[in-house]
Design a protein around this ligand. Structure first.
Ligand code: PMP
Length: 445
């Protein structure tokens, strides 16, 4: 790629400079800063369907989808109209409203949980579910897996994935905690096991099972790049309850993305508690946690575990979430179409990389995909340690090559990309053309 073909990004660069003066690192969430891939992030002016338009007027084919929520594509008419209608009735009541009941009825019906409580982010959902598990079991310790990310509550920033794998200096391979400001006293209550290592989980449970309130996990991991659970690992997760601990599925990323019953529905797992975010809010700030009635009825004001929120159940957010779930439910072929696109994308990326002599190992499930820059056979990257073997410098070069051609990939090797219903054959062809150029460029360096 020659310099002449690179688009102007002057307005984004100018906004980034202003942002850095008033916001830490210039962004409100770390991965947006492009730290691991270099360059200035694009500032987005608007988004429709599969495309973003940045403030310099560049049109970008979006594979991030706001990190998962935009499964229908940006600015979907059903969602826009539902939010616009809700807006005419007021933006927040601080009192119950019908939208909350309707979204809760939809979520319980689709996922099979008995009760659901709405919060404002995925972080709040996991944090609240863990407090509930501790309150219900009257135990202190929790178990999480290396490279899984469950939001930024203190006790969960231990061997965490997502931005922690790319941004925090020295975070890779460091033992608990993953962030400054998390006291060891909190971190020691979080026991860490290796994802996809059933023997390690069994051993931990055999030794400490009686002290463990809950095991929290991503049923398909997105936050170390995509990692798919093995049947043996799923079987070990099923054994968690034999120790009196609760099983908490963090479906913030996978819920309503991999199926209407999430990843656990696909995998045949029945957790005690489930956490949602992203799609459940249709692009507005929503999280939720839900599960068995006897556990959920421990939540205040029904029970002794306190959890509250000024804007929880916000009427605009409920309208956006409900409209999104209604479109998903009303289009039974949608998940199959998303998967077909993703499968063809995986094949195309692999073929293009092979032609250019670039080692690539693709993991994909449904509409989630990570192309790891390493030579392991497809599907064999199963743990955080496997993912960390990737050539992040090669990824960064390829990422810039794609961005220069208008393809907006996730700016980290350790993230999933997300396909939306607005991605069609036109987008697929454009992506694979760009990928061939970007791999060739890489092979030539
Ligand atoms: N859990 C998982 C699996 C996630 O992917 C994320 C966010 N990427 C979170 C929790 C935290 O959600 P939020 O950013 O809305 O706080």
């Amino acid at each position: 790629m020659t310099m002449e073909t690179l688009p102007s990004t002057a307005q984004s660069a100018a906004l980034f400079a202003r942002a850095r003066a008033v916001t830490p690192g210039g962004v409100n969430s770390p991965v947006r800063a492009f730290r691991s891939v270099g360059g200035s992030p694009r500032f987005i002016r608007e988004a429709h369907g599969a495309y973003l338009t940045d403030v310099d007027g560049n049109r970008l084919l979006d594979y991030i989808g706001s990190w998962g929520p935009m499964i229908l594509g940006h600015d979907h008419p059903a969602v826009r109209e539902a939010v616009a209608a809700a807006l005419t009735r007021g933006t927040s009541f601080g009192a119950p409203s019908e939208g909350e009941v309707r979204l809760a009825e939809t979520v319980t019906r689709l996922t099979g949980v008995d009760r659901v409580r709405f919060v404002n982010s995925g972080t709040e959902a996991t944090m609240s579910a863990l407090r509930l598990a501790r309150g219900f079991t009257d135990r202190k310790f929790i178990v999480k897996f290396r490279g899984n990310y469950h939001g930024h509550a203190d006790g969960l920033l231990v061997e965490a994935g997502s931005g922690l794998l790319t941004n925090a200096e020295g975070a890779l391979g460091r033992s608990a905690p993953s962030s400054a400001g998390v006291p060891e006293d909190y971190a020691r209550l979080t026991l860490v096991s290796e994802y996809n290592d059933p023997a390690a989980l069994d051993a931990l449970l055999a030794e400490r099972g009686h002290e463990i309130a809950a095991v929290i996990f991503e049923p398909v991991v997105g936050n170390a790049g995509v990692l798919v659970p093995t049947p043996e690992f799923l079987a070990a997760l099923h054994r968690v309850r034999e120790h009196g601990a609760l099983l908490i599925a963090d479906e913030v990323m996978t819920g309503f993305r991999l199926s209407l019953r999430g990843a656990t529905g696909l995998l045949g797992l029945t957790p005690d508690l489930t956490c949602w975010g992203k799609i459940i809010g249709g692009g507005l700030p929503v999280g939720a946690y839900g599960g068995r009635a006897d556990v959920m009825d421990f939540v205040s004001p029904q029970g002794p575990v306190y959890q509250a929120g000024t804007l929880s159940g916000n009427p605009l957010a409920m309208a956006a979430g409900l409209a999104t779930l209604e479109v998903l439910e009303g289009d039974p072929g949608l998940y199959t179409r998303l998967e077909a696109y993703t499968a063809r994308l995986a094949e195309g990326l692999k073929a293009a990389a092979q032609d250019a002599g670039v080692p690539l190992s693709v993991n994909r499930v449904g509409s989630m995909l990570t192309a790891f820059f390493q030579d392991a056979p497809d599907g064999s990257v199963r743990t955080y340690t496997d993912a960390a073997r990737s050539d992040t410098a090669a990824f960064a070069t390829w990422f810039q090559g794609m961005l220069g051609q208008g393809i907006y990939w996730a700016p980290s090797q350790f993230e999933s990309i997300f396909i939306s219903a607005a991605h069609t054959d036109t987008e697929l062809d454009a992506t694979l053309d760009a990928a061939r150029t970007a791999y060739a460029h890489l092979g030539g360096t």
